[in-house]
Design a protein around this ligand. Structure first.
Ligand SMILES: Nc1ncnc2c1ncn2[C@@H]1O[C@H](COP(=O)(O)OP(=O)(O)O)[C@@H](O)[C@H]1O
Ligand SMILES: O=C(CO)[C@H](O)[C@H](O)COP(=O)(O)O
Length: 565
């Protein structure tokens, strides 16, 4: 039988990577990473250098095309595979990463008139400057008893489509008016490949309040937010919403020639990056929870049960695995917190020692931290360096470390940070189980499980659960490739559904992280204190984090105004 291949393209926070996969056994033949030339723009716009406000995070759509133009030809060249044998392309993307486009699908930031306008660029998932809009969405939806809010744990996030688009309308109405539509970047890239813009039910379901039964929130609700938003869903989100596994279209001749692929290759509906990891690790059954562990941590639970759990970012039918309910919860900073510590807090003697031992700073800190017993450092941290996504859903919360003394060492703080993120995960699992959905099995994918064994052991000890780790180094891209094989369908040598694709292509490692009862007892005790801090700072008992942010925002507004003078 002729060999067939699928291409998975993973658009992450800092870079995009293409992976070419053998659809018969999931073997990865070639992969290539392209860092985004503009990176994450969180201080200034490119070109003019115009300053951005606090909590902004933008990207440039040109960078996504750069990934296609560099990484796709690179994997084709490395593998030497004939383009005709590549039967499908799947892409996964961070979300809600959204952009305004004109009626020809061209991003507004490409137009000279908007080049210096921050609101014309892509708002990255971690753009957190629309909290005011998110708060008003929540209040209004609650007041009106809008049923859609219960699908999202009773609270929506500033990261999502409506809050971000409303921020555009509030602060740059001319950009809002000029936008023919707002697109998820996933859908925009799929539109570039397939030549027709379709929307992903996964992105729309988790990030734009869309559901299979009810569509988007109605005009009356949108009008109650702001009369100018009344037709937001009808006009600015218009376009067919397709379920995962569907074919969005076929690769256009123009891009096929540029990328070194065959015109007409099936292009799958886009999927959120973390969600692609679920298929990639082969979790297609009720009760399986996958943790996509990288910059952030997304928890995806597959279930045959539909319940509404407070503070869980969403339950969407067919949202992750067609035919089942998909729950998403998450922590918006995990690897980013450890990265922050290494970059900004590790003293020179630590970086020097790591260098002299020929290892990275993370590895040095991990080795030292692994010599400590749970609780030995006397520290406890709240993992909210980038706000809290679940279960408090509040981007305005911030990080905290309690217990510091003059004796505290860097490796002790590093370990406390690893533990804080594990406590955050335990809180999410407990919230889901208390609401009535069972978490039977825990699997992990993403960059962190391979990089930091101590972290994984702490997660097992803190949650009291065995953790299985994905075999693939590129689980999200593998998952995207699996959807590419499904989009091609059996008629073109692909698969009929994602469960069939998973049977052939997904793998976990033979090695598991098993919880230790003695360490678990200490962590049970520390977790009780974590919950105390969590509720005190997160549920209104102590408003210091909010007050600090208010002062910071006022000062930054004054600074921006002074800079303009
Ligand atoms: N050894 C390590 N231990 C803990 N965190 C790490 C280590 N090495 C890198 N990181 C963090 O991992 C994150 C990158 O994870 P990765 O899965 O590669 O990226 P992404 O989430 O963007 O796909 C960064 O935030 C980085 O700070
Ligand atoms: O909100 C998301 C998924 O719902 C983001 O896509 C995700 O948090 C980005 O993650 P990473 O940079 O770790 O891939």
């Amino acid at each position: 039988m002729d060999k067939r291949y699928a291409l998975g393209i993973d658009f992450g926070t800092e870079s995009g990577r293409a992976v070419l996969v053998d659809i018969h056994n999931g073997e990865e033949l070639a992969s290539h990473i392209t860092p985004y030339p503009h990176g994450v723009m969180d201080e200034r716009l490119p070109g003019s250098g115009r300053a951005l406000g606090a909590n902004w995070a933008l990207q440039h759509p040109e960078d996504y095309m750069a990934v296609l133009r560099k990484s796709v030809p690179a994997v084709m060249e490395i593998s030497g595979i004939h383009p005709a044998r590549v039967i499908g392309i799947g892409i996964d993307f961070t979300a809600c990463t959204m952009l305004p486009i004109d009626r020809n699908g061209v991003p507004l930031c490409y137009h000279d008139a908007f080049r210096d306008e921050p609101h014309a660029y892509v708002k990255l998932w971690k753009h957190h400057a629309a909290q005011e809009q998110a708060n008003r969405i929540n209040e209004t939806a609650r007041r009106r008893g809008e049923p859609f809010l219960s699908r999202y744990g009773g609270k929506s996030s500033s990261e999502w489509m409506l809050a971000k688009a409303w921020q555009v309308l509030s602060e740059a109405p001319h950009v809002y008016d000029a936008a023919d539509r707002f697109m998820e970047a996933a859908d925009w890239v799929v539109g570039q490949l397939a030549g027709r813009p379709v929307r992903s039910g996964c992105c729309a379901g988790y990030k734009a309040f869309w559901s299979k039964e009810d569509g988007y929130p109605g005009e009356a609700f949108l009008r109650a937010l702001d009369p100018r938003l009344e037709r937001f869903a009808i006009d600015k989100l218009r376009g067919e919403v397709l379920p995962l596994g569907e074919r969005a279209g076929e690769l256009t001749e123009g891009l096929a020639a540029e990328l070194g692929l065959a015109a007409g290759t099936a292009v799958a509906v886009g999927i959120i990056d973390a969600h692609a990891g679920v298929a990639g690790v082969g979790a297609v059954h009720s009760g399986q929870m996958v943790m996509a562990m990288g910059t952030s941590l997304c928890h995806m639970l597959i279930s045959d049960k539909k319940i509404y759990a407070d503070g869980v970012s969403g339950v969407v039918e067919d949202g992750i695995i067609p035919g089942l309910y998909g729950y998403e919860a998450g922590q918006p900073a995990v690897g980013d917190i450890f990265g922050w510590f290494v970059e900004h807090q590790a003293p020179a003697y630590v970086t020097g020692l790591a260098e002299s031992e020929g290892i990275g700073v993370h590895d040095w800190l991990e080795r030292r931290a692994a010599q400590l017993r749970p609780g030995q450092h006397g520290l406890l941290a709240l993992d909210w360096w980038n706000g809290n996504r679940s279960v408090l859903v509040d981007a305005d919360l911030s990080g905290l470390i309690v217990g510091l003394t003059l004796q505290t060492k860097p490796e002790e703080i590093y370990r406390a940070l690893l533990e804080a993120t594990a406590f955050g995960t335990r809180k999410i699992i407990e919230t889901l189980e208390r609401a009535g959905v069972e978490v039977k099995e825990l699997l992990a994918c993403g960059g962190l499980p391979k990089r930091n064994r101590l972290l994984m052991q702490i997660y097992a000890d803190v949650t009291g659960r065995t953790i299985k780790v994905a075999a693939s180094e590129q689980t999200t891209a593998l998952g995207a490739a699996m959807f590419g094989a499904v989009a091609a369908g059996p008629g073109h040598g692909g698969y009929s559904d994602i469960a069939e694709a998973a049977r052939h292509m997904a793998r976990v490692r033979d090695e598991y992280f098993v919880p230790d009862a003695e360490r678990g007892e200490v962590y049970d005790r520390l977790y009780r204190s974590y919950v105390q801090l969590h509720d005190l700072f997160g549920r209104g008992g102590c408003e210091v984090m909010k007050e600090l942010l208010a002062v910071k925002l006022e000062t930054s507004r004054r600074q921006l105004a002074d800079d303009k003078i």
